[in-house]
Design a protein around this ligand. Structure first.
Ligand SMILES: [Zn+2]
Length: 500
Protein backbone atom coordinates (compact mmCIF):
# COMPACT_ATOMS: atom_id res chain seq x y z
CA UNK A 1 0.00 0.00 0.00
CA UNK A 2 1.59 3.28 -1.09
CA UNK A 3 1.10 6.64 0.53
CA UNK A 4 -1.57 7.48 -2.03
CA UNK A 5 -3.73 4.60 -0.86
CA UNK A 6 -4.52 5.97 2.54
CA UNK A 7 -4.60 9.30 4.20
CA UNK A 8 -1.39 10.21 5.92
CA UNK A 9 -3.57 11.67 8.61
CA UNK A 10 -4.91 8.31 9.65
CA UNK A 11 -1.47 7.43 10.91
CA UNK A 12 -1.25 10.42 13.18
CA UNK A 13 -2.03 9.72 16.78
CA UNK A 14 -3.63 12.30 18.99
CA UNK A 15 -2.02 13.04 22.32
CA UNK A 16 -3.65 14.14 25.55
CA UNK A 17 -2.29 15.50 28.80
CA UNK A 18 -4.19 14.26 31.82
CA UNK A 19 -3.19 15.56 35.24
CA UNK A 20 0.29 16.39 33.95
CA UNK A 21 0.92 13.08 32.20
CA UNK A 22 0.93 12.70 28.42
CA UNK A 23 -0.88 9.84 26.73
CA UNK A 24 -1.21 8.76 23.12
CA UNK A 25 -4.88 8.09 22.37
CA UNK A 26 -4.10 4.49 21.39
CA UNK A 27 -1.93 3.75 24.44
CA UNK A 28 -3.01 0.56 26.25
CA UNK A 29 -3.20 2.38 29.58
CA UNK A 30 -5.54 5.01 28.09
CA UNK A 31 -8.78 3.19 28.98
CA UNK A 32 -7.94 3.04 32.70
CA UNK A 33 -6.62 6.59 32.68
CA UNK A 34 -9.89 7.82 31.18
CA UNK A 35 -12.05 5.92 33.66
CA UNK A 36 -9.98 7.39 36.49
CA UNK A 37 -10.10 10.89 34.99
CA UNK A 38 -13.86 10.61 34.53
CA UNK A 39 -14.31 9.58 38.18
CA UNK A 40 -12.12 12.47 39.38
CA UNK A 41 -13.91 14.94 37.09
CA UNK A 42 -10.65 16.12 35.52
CA UNK A 43 -10.35 17.46 32.01
CA UNK A 44 -7.92 15.95 29.53
CA UNK A 45 -6.08 18.48 27.39
CA UNK A 46 -5.78 17.86 23.66
CA UNK A 47 -2.18 18.62 22.74
CA UNK A 48 -2.80 19.78 19.18
CA UNK A 49 -2.09 23.25 20.62
CA UNK A 50 0.96 23.92 22.81
CA UNK A 51 -1.13 24.92 25.83
CA UNK A 52 -3.64 22.14 25.30
CA UNK A 53 -7.38 22.47 24.63
CA UNK A 54 -9.74 21.24 27.39
CA UNK A 55 -11.74 18.16 26.42
CA UNK A 56 -14.59 16.34 28.05
CA UNK A 57 -14.96 12.65 28.90
CA UNK A 58 -18.24 11.08 27.93
CA UNK A 59 -19.37 7.70 29.15
CA UNK A 60 -21.38 5.80 26.62
CA UNK A 61 -22.25 2.11 26.50
CA UNK A 62 -19.71 1.40 29.25
CA UNK A 63 -16.86 3.12 27.38
CA UNK A 64 -15.09 6.36 28.14
CA UNK A 65 -14.59 8.61 25.14
CA UNK A 66 -12.71 11.88 24.85
CA UNK A 67 -14.98 14.46 23.24
CA UNK A 68 -14.53 18.11 22.47
CA UNK A 69 -16.35 20.55 24.72
CA UNK A 70 -19.54 21.90 23.13
CA UNK A 71 -18.78 24.40 20.39
CA UNK A 72 -15.04 24.43 21.18
CA UNK A 73 -13.99 22.94 17.83
CA UNK A 74 -12.51 26.22 16.65
CA UNK A 75 -9.90 26.18 19.45
CA UNK A 76 -8.26 23.03 18.06
CA UNK A 77 -5.59 23.01 15.40
CA UNK A 78 -7.08 22.45 11.90
CA UNK A 79 -5.18 19.16 11.66
CA UNK A 80 -6.79 17.85 14.88
CA UNK A 81 -9.78 15.52 14.62
CA UNK A 82 -11.63 17.75 17.12
CA UNK A 83 -11.28 20.85 14.93
CA UNK A 84 -14.43 22.52 13.70
CA UNK A 85 -14.68 25.58 11.49
CA UNK A 86 -15.44 28.92 13.18
CA UNK A 87 -19.11 29.34 14.20
CA UNK A 88 -19.35 32.64 12.37
CA UNK A 89 -19.22 30.85 9.01
CA UNK A 90 -22.35 28.82 9.70
CA UNK A 91 -25.71 29.65 11.23
CA UNK A 92 -24.34 28.67 14.64
CA UNK A 93 -22.59 32.03 15.14
CA UNK A 94 -25.64 34.16 16.05
CA UNK A 95 -26.93 31.48 18.47
CA UNK A 96 -23.89 31.21 20.72
CA UNK A 97 -24.33 33.12 23.95
CA UNK A 98 -28.08 33.47 23.78
CA UNK A 99 -29.93 30.45 22.40
CA UNK A 100 -26.91 28.27 23.22
CA UNK A 101 -25.00 29.06 26.38
CA UNK A 102 -21.81 27.13 26.92
CA UNK A 103 -21.24 26.07 30.52
CA UNK A 104 -17.47 25.59 30.56
CA UNK A 105 -17.49 24.30 34.12
CA UNK A 106 -19.75 21.32 33.40
CA UNK A 107 -18.94 20.85 29.74
CA UNK A 108 -22.56 21.26 28.66
CA UNK A 109 -24.50 23.59 26.37
CA UNK A 110 -27.69 25.05 27.82
CA UNK A 111 -30.29 25.40 25.06
CA UNK A 112 -33.28 27.72 24.85
CA UNK A 113 -35.89 26.24 22.59
CA UNK A 114 -38.35 28.00 20.34
CA UNK A 115 -40.89 25.18 20.70
CA UNK A 116 -42.72 23.75 23.65
CA UNK A 117 -42.07 20.43 25.41
CA UNK A 118 -45.47 20.55 27.05
CA UNK A 119 -48.97 20.99 25.79
CA UNK A 120 -51.83 22.52 27.67
CA UNK A 121 -55.32 21.50 26.61
CA UNK A 122 -56.43 24.81 25.16
CA UNK A 123 -53.37 26.18 23.48
CA UNK A 124 -52.46 24.74 20.14
CA UNK A 125 -48.85 24.67 18.99
CA UNK A 126 -47.92 26.03 15.54
CA UNK A 127 -47.58 22.42 14.35
CA UNK A 128 -45.22 22.69 11.45
CA UNK A 129 -42.23 24.84 11.90
CA UNK A 130 -42.71 28.20 10.29
CA UNK A 131 -40.69 28.70 7.14
CA UNK A 132 -37.19 29.99 7.73
CA UNK A 133 -37.99 33.59 6.82
CA UNK A 134 -40.72 33.74 9.46
CA UNK A 135 -38.22 33.02 12.21
CA UNK A 136 -35.67 35.64 11.20
CA UNK A 137 -36.75 38.11 13.84
CA UNK A 138 -36.11 35.51 16.48
CA UNK A 139 -32.85 34.41 15.02
CA UNK A 140 -30.48 34.54 17.95
CA UNK A 141 -32.80 34.08 20.90
CA UNK A 142 -34.09 30.54 20.66
CA UNK A 143 -33.49 27.33 18.73
CA UNK A 144 -36.08 26.25 16.21
CA UNK A 145 -36.64 22.51 15.75
CA UNK A 146 -34.47 22.57 12.65
CA UNK A 147 -31.72 24.46 14.46
CA UNK A 148 -31.77 21.89 17.28
CA UNK A 149 -31.41 19.09 14.74
CA UNK A 150 -28.54 20.97 13.08
CA UNK A 151 -26.84 21.42 16.45
CA UNK A 152 -27.21 17.72 17.31
CA UNK A 153 -25.86 16.83 13.87
CA UNK A 154 -22.88 19.13 14.21
CA UNK A 155 -21.98 18.26 17.81
CA UNK A 156 -22.46 14.58 16.96
CA UNK A 157 -19.80 15.06 14.26
CA UNK A 158 -22.24 13.87 11.60
CA UNK A 159 -21.38 16.90 9.46
CA UNK A 160 -17.88 15.47 8.99
CA UNK A 161 -16.88 13.03 6.30
CA UNK A 162 -13.91 11.27 4.74
CA UNK A 163 -14.00 8.42 2.23
CA UNK A 164 -12.31 6.26 4.90
CA UNK A 165 -15.75 5.99 6.56
CA UNK A 166 -17.55 4.76 3.45
CA UNK A 167 -19.95 1.98 4.35
CA UNK A 168 -19.42 2.49 8.10
CA UNK A 169 -22.10 5.08 8.86
CA UNK A 170 -25.51 3.47 9.24
CA UNK A 171 -28.45 4.37 11.46
CA UNK A 172 -26.78 2.72 14.48
CA UNK A 173 -23.79 5.04 14.16
CA UNK A 174 -26.01 8.08 13.58
CA UNK A 175 -28.12 7.23 16.63
CA UNK A 176 -25.09 6.82 18.90
CA UNK A 177 -23.68 10.15 17.72
CA UNK A 178 -26.96 11.97 18.38
CA UNK A 179 -27.45 10.42 21.82
CA UNK A 180 -23.88 11.21 22.84
CA UNK A 181 -24.29 14.80 21.69
CA UNK A 182 -27.58 15.14 23.58
CA UNK A 183 -25.85 14.11 26.81
CA UNK A 184 -23.87 17.33 26.62
CA UNK A 185 -26.93 19.54 26.14
CA UNK A 186 -29.53 20.75 28.62
CA UNK A 187 -33.01 22.19 28.17
CA UNK A 188 -35.21 23.82 30.82
CA UNK A 189 -36.36 20.48 32.22
CA UNK A 190 -32.85 18.95 32.53
CA UNK A 191 -30.68 16.90 30.19
CA UNK A 192 -31.82 16.88 26.58
CA UNK A 193 -31.15 13.13 26.51
CA UNK A 194 -34.08 12.61 28.92
CA UNK A 195 -36.59 14.06 26.45
CA UNK A 196 -34.92 12.93 23.22
CA UNK A 197 -36.00 9.65 21.70
CA UNK A 198 -34.03 8.16 18.81
CA UNK A 199 -35.23 4.71 17.72
CA UNK A 200 -32.66 1.96 17.96
CA UNK A 201 -31.79 -0.28 15.01
CA UNK A 202 -34.63 -2.73 14.50
CA UNK A 203 -33.94 -6.47 14.56
CA UNK A 204 -37.03 -8.67 14.04
CA UNK A 205 -35.75 -11.30 16.47
CA UNK A 206 -35.33 -8.67 19.18
CA UNK A 207 -38.67 -7.03 18.50
CA UNK A 208 -40.30 -7.38 21.92
CA UNK A 209 -37.18 -6.32 23.85
CA UNK A 210 -36.88 -3.21 21.66
CA UNK A 211 -40.56 -2.37 22.25
CA UNK A 212 -40.05 -2.81 26.00
CA UNK A 213 -37.03 -0.48 26.03
CA UNK A 214 -38.99 2.07 24.03
CA UNK A 215 -41.92 1.87 26.49
CA UNK A 216 -39.50 2.56 29.37
CA UNK A 217 -38.06 5.61 27.61
CA UNK A 218 -41.47 6.96 26.66
CA UNK A 219 -42.96 6.34 30.12
CA UNK A 220 -42.38 10.01 30.91
CA UNK A 221 -45.22 10.87 28.51
CA UNK A 222 -47.73 8.77 30.44
CA UNK A 223 -46.85 10.44 33.75
CA UNK A 224 -48.24 13.77 32.61
CA UNK A 225 -50.88 15.33 34.84
CA UNK A 226 -54.32 16.26 33.60
CA UNK A 227 -53.71 19.97 32.90
CA UNK A 228 -50.41 19.91 31.05
CA UNK A 229 -49.17 17.05 28.91
CA UNK A 230 -45.48 16.42 28.46
CA UNK A 231 -44.03 16.07 24.98
CA UNK A 232 -40.85 14.38 23.81
CA UNK A 233 -38.54 15.07 20.86
CA UNK A 234 -38.05 12.34 18.30
CA UNK A 235 -35.29 12.21 15.70
CA UNK A 236 -35.65 9.47 13.13
CA UNK A 237 -35.54 8.63 9.45
CA UNK A 238 -38.83 8.84 7.59
CA UNK A 239 -39.93 5.54 6.06
CA UNK A 240 -43.25 6.73 4.73
CA UNK A 241 -46.20 9.01 5.24
CA UNK A 242 -48.94 6.41 5.04
CA UNK A 243 -52.42 7.38 3.90
CA UNK A 244 -55.01 7.67 6.64
CA UNK A 245 -58.69 8.54 6.58
CA UNK A 246 -57.70 12.04 7.45
CA UNK A 247 -54.13 13.36 7.59
CA UNK A 248 -51.27 10.84 7.54
CA UNK A 249 -49.55 8.27 9.67
CA UNK A 250 -45.80 8.78 9.87
CA UNK A 251 -43.86 5.53 9.83
CA UNK A 252 -40.33 6.06 11.14
CA UNK A 253 -37.63 3.62 10.03
CA UNK A 254 -36.66 1.05 12.67
CA UNK A 255 -39.98 1.73 14.41
CA UNK A 256 -42.60 0.21 12.06
CA UNK A 257 -44.88 -0.77 14.93
CA UNK A 258 -45.20 2.77 16.36
CA UNK A 259 -46.95 5.05 13.85
CA UNK A 260 -47.42 8.73 14.68
CA UNK A 261 -50.52 10.64 13.69
CA UNK A 262 -50.27 13.80 11.58
CA UNK A 263 -53.44 15.81 11.42
CA UNK A 264 -54.67 16.83 7.98
CA UNK A 265 -53.93 20.57 8.25
CA UNK A 266 -50.46 19.87 9.64
CA UNK A 267 -49.72 17.51 6.76
CA UNK A 268 -50.78 20.14 4.21
CA UNK A 269 -48.48 22.68 5.79
CA UNK A 270 -45.63 20.21 6.00
CA UNK A 271 -45.85 19.51 2.27
CA UNK A 272 -45.64 23.20 1.44
CA UNK A 273 -42.90 24.17 3.88
CA UNK A 274 -40.62 21.27 3.00
CA UNK A 275 -41.42 21.00 -0.72
CA UNK A 276 -37.70 20.95 -1.60
CA UNK A 277 -36.92 18.14 0.84
CA UNK A 278 -39.87 16.10 -0.49
CA UNK A 279 -38.78 16.69 -4.09
CA UNK A 280 -35.25 15.38 -3.45
CA UNK A 281 -36.57 12.45 -1.45
CA UNK A 282 -39.03 11.42 -4.14
CA UNK A 283 -36.38 11.66 -6.85
CA UNK A 284 -33.69 9.51 -5.25
CA UNK A 285 -34.18 6.52 -2.92
CA UNK A 286 -30.52 6.69 -1.79
CA UNK A 287 -31.17 9.91 0.12
CA UNK A 288 -32.34 10.02 3.73
CA UNK A 289 -35.24 12.15 4.91
CA UNK A 290 -34.68 12.85 8.60
CA UNK A 291 -37.37 14.24 10.85
CA UNK A 292 -37.27 16.02 14.18
CA UNK A 293 -40.62 16.36 15.87
CA UNK A 294 -42.34 16.79 19.20
CA UNK A 295 -44.95 14.21 20.07
CA UNK A 296 -47.14 12.89 22.83
CA UNK A 297 -50.43 11.08 23.39
CA UNK A 298 -53.61 13.08 22.80
CA UNK A 299 -56.74 12.87 24.95
CA UNK A 300 -57.78 9.68 23.16
CA UNK A 301 -54.39 8.09 23.84
CA UNK A 302 -53.21 8.22 20.22
CA UNK A 303 -49.62 9.31 19.68
CA UNK A 304 -49.83 12.62 17.86
CA UNK A 305 -47.20 14.87 16.31
CA UNK A 306 -47.25 18.42 17.62
CA UNK A 307 -44.48 20.21 15.68
CA UNK A 308 -42.25 18.86 12.96
CA UNK A 309 -39.33 19.73 10.69
CA UNK A 310 -37.50 17.77 7.97
CA UNK A 311 -33.91 17.50 6.78
CA UNK A 312 -32.65 15.87 3.60
CA UNK A 313 -29.21 14.20 3.63
CA UNK A 314 -26.93 12.39 1.20
CA UNK A 315 -26.52 8.65 1.54
CA UNK A 316 -23.63 9.39 3.94
CA UNK A 317 -26.05 11.35 6.14
CA UNK A 318 -24.57 14.74 5.22
CA UNK A 319 -27.34 17.38 5.08
CA UNK A 320 -27.65 19.52 1.95
CA UNK A 321 -29.95 22.25 0.68
CA UNK A 322 -29.61 22.47 -3.09
CA UNK A 323 -28.67 20.32 -6.08
CA UNK A 324 -25.40 22.24 -6.42
CA UNK A 325 -24.50 21.58 -2.84
CA UNK A 326 -25.26 17.92 -3.32
CA UNK A 327 -23.00 17.85 -6.37
CA UNK A 328 -20.14 19.35 -4.35
CA UNK A 329 -20.70 16.86 -1.51
CA UNK A 330 -20.61 13.97 -3.95
CA UNK A 331 -17.23 15.13 -5.24
CA UNK A 332 -15.88 15.46 -1.72
CA UNK A 333 -17.36 12.15 -0.54
CA UNK A 334 -14.86 10.21 -2.62
CA UNK A 335 -11.85 11.94 -1.09
CA UNK A 336 -9.91 10.75 1.89
CA UNK A 337 -9.38 14.23 3.19
CA UNK A 338 -11.89 15.42 5.74
CA UNK A 339 -14.71 17.76 4.81
CA UNK A 340 -17.07 19.45 7.26
CA UNK A 341 -20.54 20.51 6.18
CA UNK A 342 -21.69 23.94 7.32
CA UNK A 343 -25.31 24.20 8.50
CA UNK A 344 -27.82 26.99 8.45
CA UNK A 345 -29.50 26.59 11.89
CA UNK A 346 -32.04 29.46 12.20
CA UNK A 347 -30.65 31.51 9.31
CA UNK A 348 -32.86 32.22 6.31
CA UNK A 349 -31.83 31.17 2.77
CA UNK A 350 -31.05 34.76 1.77
CA UNK A 351 -28.05 34.79 4.14
CA UNK A 352 -24.73 33.23 3.14
CA UNK A 353 -23.33 30.33 5.17
CA UNK A 354 -20.27 28.23 4.46
CA UNK A 355 -21.24 25.19 2.43
CA UNK A 356 -18.26 23.00 3.32
CA UNK A 357 -14.99 23.52 5.15
CA UNK A 358 -11.84 21.56 4.37
CA UNK A 359 -9.71 21.69 7.51
CA UNK A 360 -6.68 19.93 6.12
CA UNK A 361 -5.35 21.54 2.94
CA UNK A 362 -2.17 23.49 3.34
CA UNK A 363 -1.28 26.17 3.95
CA UNK A 364 -4.70 27.08 5.36
CA UNK A 365 -8.10 25.49 5.89
CA UNK A 366 -10.50 26.22 3.03
CA UNK A 367 -14.02 27.62 3.35
CA UNK A 368 -16.18 26.61 0.35
CA UNK A 369 -19.12 28.82 -0.61
CA UNK A 370 -21.77 28.35 -3.25
CA UNK A 371 -23.10 31.60 -4.64
CA UNK A 372 -26.67 31.05 -5.92
CA UNK A 373 -27.46 32.27 -9.43
CA UNK A 374 -30.14 34.61 -8.07
CA UNK A 375 -27.98 36.07 -5.27
CA UNK A 376 -28.53 39.81 -4.91
CA UNK A 377 -26.02 42.47 -4.03
CA UNK A 378 -26.78 42.27 -0.32
CA UNK A 379 -25.93 38.57 -0.38
CA UNK A 380 -22.63 39.18 -2.12
CA UNK A 381 -21.73 41.97 0.29
CA UNK A 382 -22.53 39.73 3.25
CA UNK A 383 -20.44 36.93 1.74
CA UNK A 384 -17.49 39.23 1.11
CA UNK A 385 -17.68 40.44 4.70
CA UNK A 386 -17.73 36.87 5.96
CA UNK A 387 -14.64 35.99 3.95
CA UNK A 388 -12.80 39.14 5.00
CA UNK A 389 -13.46 38.44 8.67
CA UNK A 390 -11.63 35.10 8.40
CA UNK A 391 -8.19 35.81 6.95
CA UNK A 392 -6.88 32.52 8.37
CA UNK A 393 -9.01 30.61 5.87
CA UNK A 394 -8.82 30.45 2.12
CA UNK A 395 -12.12 31.01 0.34
CA UNK A 396 -13.34 28.92 -2.58
CA UNK A 397 -16.47 30.17 -4.33
CA UNK A 398 -18.62 28.43 -6.87
CA UNK A 399 -20.66 31.03 -8.80
CA UNK A 400 -23.32 28.65 -10.03
CA UNK A 401 -24.62 31.27 -12.47
CA UNK A 402 -21.26 31.18 -14.22
CA UNK A 403 -20.94 27.50 -14.94
CA UNK A 404 -19.86 24.13 -13.64
CA UNK A 405 -18.08 23.38 -10.41
CA UNK A 406 -14.60 24.99 -10.34
CA UNK A 407 -11.40 23.11 -9.65
CA UNK A 408 -11.24 21.94 -6.06
CA UNK A 409 -8.81 23.98 -3.98
CA UNK A 410 -5.87 21.67 -3.46
CA UNK A 411 -3.33 23.98 -4.99
CA UNK A 412 -0.83 21.15 -5.32
CA UNK A 413 0.64 20.12 -8.66
CA UNK A 414 -0.13 16.59 -9.74
CA UNK A 415 2.92 14.61 -10.71
CA UNK A 416 2.99 11.34 -12.51
CA UNK A 417 3.89 8.53 -10.16
CA UNK A 418 6.71 7.52 -12.47
CA UNK A 419 8.77 10.54 -11.35
CA UNK A 420 12.16 9.25 -10.47
CA UNK A 421 12.80 8.97 -6.78
CA UNK A 422 16.09 10.65 -5.96
CA UNK A 423 18.28 8.80 -3.52
CA UNK A 424 18.61 11.25 -0.69
CA UNK A 425 18.86 10.72 3.00
CA UNK A 426 17.91 13.33 5.58
CA UNK A 427 18.96 13.09 9.16
CA UNK A 428 18.71 15.52 12.01
CA UNK A 429 21.96 15.79 13.91
CA UNK A 430 21.74 18.29 16.72
CA UNK A 431 20.57 21.44 15.06
CA UNK A 432 21.74 20.48 11.59
CA UNK A 433 20.11 18.61 8.80
CA UNK A 434 22.39 15.97 7.39
CA UNK A 435 21.75 14.95 3.85
CA UNK A 436 23.35 11.93 2.34
CA UNK A 437 22.62 9.82 -0.69
CA UNK A 438 21.15 6.70 0.83
CA UNK A 439 17.43 7.19 1.31
CA UNK A 440 15.55 5.23 3.89
CA UNK A 441 11.77 5.57 3.61
CA UNK A 442 11.19 5.71 7.38
CA UNK A 443 13.46 8.68 7.85
CA UNK A 444 12.10 10.29 4.76
CA UNK A 445 8.56 10.10 6.00
CA UNK A 446 9.59 11.54 9.36
CA UNK A 447 11.23 14.43 7.57
CA UNK A 448 8.17 14.94 5.41
CA UNK A 449 5.89 14.90 8.39
CA UNK A 450 7.99 17.54 10.05
CA UNK A 451 8.69 19.67 7.05
CA UNK A 452 5.89 19.22 4.56
CA UNK A 453 3.09 18.68 7.05
CA UNK A 454 4.01 20.85 9.98
CA UNK A 455 0.58 20.50 11.52
CA UNK A 456 1.34 16.92 12.53
CA UNK A 457 4.08 17.73 14.97
CA UNK A 458 4.50 20.09 17.85
CA UNK A 459 5.06 23.71 16.82
CA UNK A 460 8.48 23.84 18.46
CA UNK A 461 9.70 20.72 16.64
CA UNK A 462 8.28 22.12 13.45
CA UNK A 463 9.95 25.48 13.86
CA UNK A 464 13.29 23.84 14.51
CA UNK A 465 13.07 21.50 11.55
CA UNK A 466 11.57 24.01 9.17
CA UNK A 467 14.30 26.46 10.05
CA UNK A 468 17.04 23.92 9.59
CA UNK A 469 15.48 22.46 6.47
CA UNK A 470 14.95 25.78 4.78
CA UNK A 471 18.47 26.82 5.68
CA UNK A 472 19.73 23.58 4.17
CA UNK A 473 17.68 24.22 1.07
CA UNK A 474 19.08 27.67 0.50
CA UNK A 475 22.57 26.93 1.75
CA UNK A 476 25.14 27.80 -0.83
CA UNK A 477 27.28 24.94 0.36
CA UNK A 478 24.71 22.54 -0.93
CA UNK A 479 24.98 21.55 -4.55
CA UNK A 480 22.26 23.01 -6.70
CA UNK A 481 21.43 19.60 -8.14
CA UNK A 482 20.96 18.22 -4.65
CA UNK A 483 18.72 21.08 -3.63
CA UNK A 484 16.60 20.57 -6.70
CA UNK A 485 16.47 16.85 -6.10
CA UNK A 486 15.33 17.47 -2.55
CA UNK A 487 12.61 19.85 -3.65
CA UNK A 488 11.55 17.46 -6.36
CA UNK A 489 11.29 14.65 -3.86
CA UNK A 490 9.17 16.74 -1.53
CA UNK A 491 6.86 17.67 -4.42
CA UNK A 492 6.74 14.06 -5.48
CA UNK A 493 5.78 12.84 -2.02
CA UNK A 494 3.25 15.60 -1.67
CA UNK A 495 1.71 14.73 -5.01
CA UNK A 496 1.52 11.06 -4.01
CA UNK A 497 -0.14 11.90 -0.74
CA UNK A 498 -2.52 14.39 -2.21
CA UNK A 499 -3.49 12.19 -5.12
CA UNK A 500 -7.04 11.19 -4.49
ZN1 LIG B 1 -7.06 19.03 19.36
Amino acid sequence: MGPSDRSWKEKITRRYRIDGIEFAEDAPEMANALADTFARKLRPLCLCRPDGVPMYIARFDGQHLVKRMPSSGGSHDPSCAAYQPPHELSGLGPLIGDAIRIDEENGVAALRLDFSLAKTGARSAPAVEASASDTVKNISKRLSLRALLHYLWQEGELTEWTAAWAGKRGWGRVRTSLMEAAQRMTVSSGSLSEVLFVPEVFHPEDKSAIAARRATTLAVLAKSGTGKRKLMVLVGEVKEFAEARSGRRLIVKHMPDYPLVIEEWKWKRLETTFATEFAFWNADPALHLVTILTFGPNAAGLVVIEEMALLITTENWIPFETAHERQLLERLARLRRKSVKGLRFNLSPDKPVVSVTLPEPRPDPVAMFILPADADEAYEVALAGMIEARPEMRAWIWHVGEGDIPKLPWGHPRFKLSVERPALHFKLVGNALQISRACRPGQMSLFLRLFVFPECCSPSAHRRVAMVASRALVSSQMARARRLAMLRYICYMEAMIYQN
